[in-house]
Design a binder for this molecule. Structure first.
Ligand code: G6P
Length: 613
């Protein structure tokens, strides 16, 4: 949520910043801007996407070797030119880009107004620039670094910040509290970014800032301190990410590329972790908490959005395979209701980005209360990954499309491996049964590939039929109830069609009132043990003239005959079914959104990584 990029070195900062913002745009795209130091503080910014910024820069170029940039997801103040970042102080000496929320901005604003400062924007960020300049002036304009630290101490809330000072053109100042920031270490040049995507083509050496840290960055060096001015020693990490992973590779959208990557991303997620021959699972990142997992009375899963849906699949998996009680919580709700969690409990935080503010807050709360916290994250080195006691990376590769696809299936794959592992160690599944499941898991990437080959065209055709319907209902039972929720979420996120997911049996307790010939109902009928019940639900929909689109196992003649449209996929173990049924739903929403002319990768109002609560 909001992307920050910064550069100091010999190259053209403006070019690096713009390219960086294009890579970060998935984090927010309400407005974009850069500030470049070149004797003067040159700021170019405006409402809309980075392409608008590019146009502005083409008309009025700004050149320099030091700069900061920002792509915004609006919190305070509507997306317009004035509210865009960077924000400058009254005299234009200081420029600031900021990700997060300054909660005491109103009080600070009043104090600064009383001192004669005039504000131009409705943002909380402008306060930082104005306050910093005020403190610097109050201290006789002697020591800018101290002024930055004094400013940070007055800010309540969350921030990732990058600052330029016109008088100090050889430095970029950065600080973090609650919003991710990292430093890219080059040769004679340094980069700053809210995630690694804008810097990966220049360097793979990064330093992650932790909360409460502040850094002064020059071309050749950096000093990281805490807010009390104590120098911190920081490890330099080597990133394994490569450039192709964050490019479209010929696909029209990242989302389509990521859907089609799933045979590989699921395989990557399981590589070295499952051994189909011996029927064993090794999850190195959680070995040391395996005993606690096996002993746990209950597991709490906390997550948001799509990750919450994978958590729901996890509930079915852990209950069936490991006989562990699982509660799946919206991270935001869990955190604010004095949760009953403590020693002996396990909290699993699931997050693609590893930066979602609500999920992070939930895990911190559980940790504070004595629970063991485990992370399931995709982004290596992310805050959640670093703050958990143990964890499993999903290894799905960078996910750029705002609507999550391959991260979901990888999360489900991790949860499946964990549940089988715990089930075996608790003695609830026999080694023979575990082997069967693991061998079938091993076949899943091939089945996903087969699904993509066989259904891509039929789903495109189907999407044409249903592009203009205003409402959709998605129904599933058991393992496929969360998939129904996820299918509905995918459709509303990217096509802006209203869609609801329901447990199929609940249809009769409300949603059935909506069913008529204008209501397409997507029925996920690919779980064997609920097949008969799903057939009854389909009959109930038909009786009310609803249109039935079934996601079903090949050879299920009865469901095929009863459905208006059917998408046939290979069968699998019920507990592995979400790994297959999710795929057609992702494609269906993708093609409907494309037909409707929607911005699939950057849907309105959404952001990939939600770092504010
Ligand atoms: C945002 C994204 C969703 C994502 C959710 C949780 O809302 O748009 O796609 O599922 O955040 O994100 P996380 O990174 O924690 O999985």
């Amino acid at each position: 949520m909001c992307g920050i990029v910064g550069y100091i070195g010999e190259r053209k900062a403006d070019e690096i910043l713009v390219k960086g913002l294009q890579r970060l745009e998935y984090r927010g795209y309400d407005s974009a801007g850069i500030a470049v130091l070149n004797g003067q503080m040159l700021v170019t910014k405006g409402k809309g996407k980075v392409e608008n910024l590019v146009k502005k820069l083409a008309e009025n170029a700004v050149h320099g070797n030091v700069g900061i940039g920002h792509t915004r997801w609006a919190t305070h103040g509507e997306p317009n030119d004035v509210n865009s970042h960077p924000h400058v102080s009254g005299s234009g000496q200081v420029a600031v880009v900021h990700n997060g929320i300054i909660e005491n901005y109103n009080a600070l604003k009043k104090q600064l107004e009383a001192r004669g400062r005039t504000f131009h924007s409705q943002t909380d960020t402008e306060i930082i620039a104005q306050l910093l300049e005020q403190i610097y002036e109050d201290n006789g304009r002697q020591d800018f670094e101290t002024a930055v630290l004094m400013t940070l101490k007055q800010l309540v809330g969350t921030y990732g910040i990058a600052i330029l000072n016109k008088e100090d053109p050889d430095k970029v100042f950065i600080a973090r509290k609650g919003s991710p920031l990292l430093l890219g270490v080059g040769e004679g040049e340094m980069f700053v970014a809210s995630d690694a995507s804008p810097i990966i083509e220049y360097t793979n050496r990064v330093v992650y800032l932790d909360d409460g840290e502040f850094a002064v960055v020059t071309r050749d060096d950096y000093t990281v301190k805490n807010i009390d001015d104590v120098e911190m020693s920081k490890e330099v990490h080597e990133l394994a990410m490569n450039l192709e992973e964050i490019e479209k590779a010929g696909y029209p959208h990242f989302m389509l590329k990521e859907i089609f990557e799933q045979p590989r991303s699921i395989a990557d997620c399981m590589r070295g972790r499952i051994d189909p021959e011996s029927g064993t699972i090794t999850l190195g990142g959680i070995t040391r908490v395996m005993e606690e997992l096996a002993k746990a009375h209950r597991i709490v899963i906390a997550a948001c959005g799509t990750s919450w849906h994978s958590g729901l699949v996890g509930e079915y998996l852990f209950e069936e395979l490991a006989k562990t009680v699982v509660e799946v919580e919206y991270a935001s709700e869990f955190r604010y209701r004095d949760p009953l969690v403590g020693e002996g409990d396990i909290l699993i935080a699931i997050s693609q980005s590893g930066e979602t503010a609500d999920t992070l807050a939930a895990l911190r709360e559980a940790k504070k209360r004595g629970a063991t916290v485990i992370g399931i994250c995709n982004v290596v080195g992310s805050t959640i990954a670093r703050e958990t006691h143990a964890g499993v990376y999903t290894h799905a590769g960078p996910e750029i499309g705002v609507a999550s696809t391959k991260a979901f299936t990888a999360q489900v794959a991790v949860l499946t491996m964990m549940a089988i592992g715990v089930g075996v160690s608790k003695g609830h599944i026999t080694p023979e049964r575990a082997k069967e499941l693991i061998q079938e898991l091993d076949r899943i990437p091939k089945k996903v590939s087969q699904i993509l080959d066989e259904i891509d065209e039929p789903v495109q055709k189907l999407a044409y039929e249903f592009t203009d319907y205003p409402n959709f209902l998605y129904l599933g039972r058991s393992y496929n109830f969360p998939v129904a929720l996820e299918g509905a979420l995918k459709l509303k996120e990217i096509s802006y069609i209203h869609a609801e997911g329901y447990p199929a049996a609940e249809m009769k307790h409300g949603p059935i009132a909506l069913i008529d010939e204008n209501m397409p109902v997507v029925v996920i009928a690919a779980t064997d043990h609920t097949n008969d019940k799903m057939i009854s639900n389909i009959e109930e929909i038909r009786a009310r003239k609803g249109q039935v689109i079934s996601i079903m196992n090949k050879g299920n003649e009865e469901v095929a005959e009863l459905s208006d449209f059917s998408i046939q996929i290979p069968s699998t173990e019920d507990c592995l079914s979400p790994l297959l049924t999710a795929i057609p739903l992702q494609l269906l929403s993708y093609y409907i959104a494309v037909n409707r002319g929607c911005d699939v990768d950057q849907p309105r109002n959404l952001a990939k990584s939600v770092t504010v609560e």
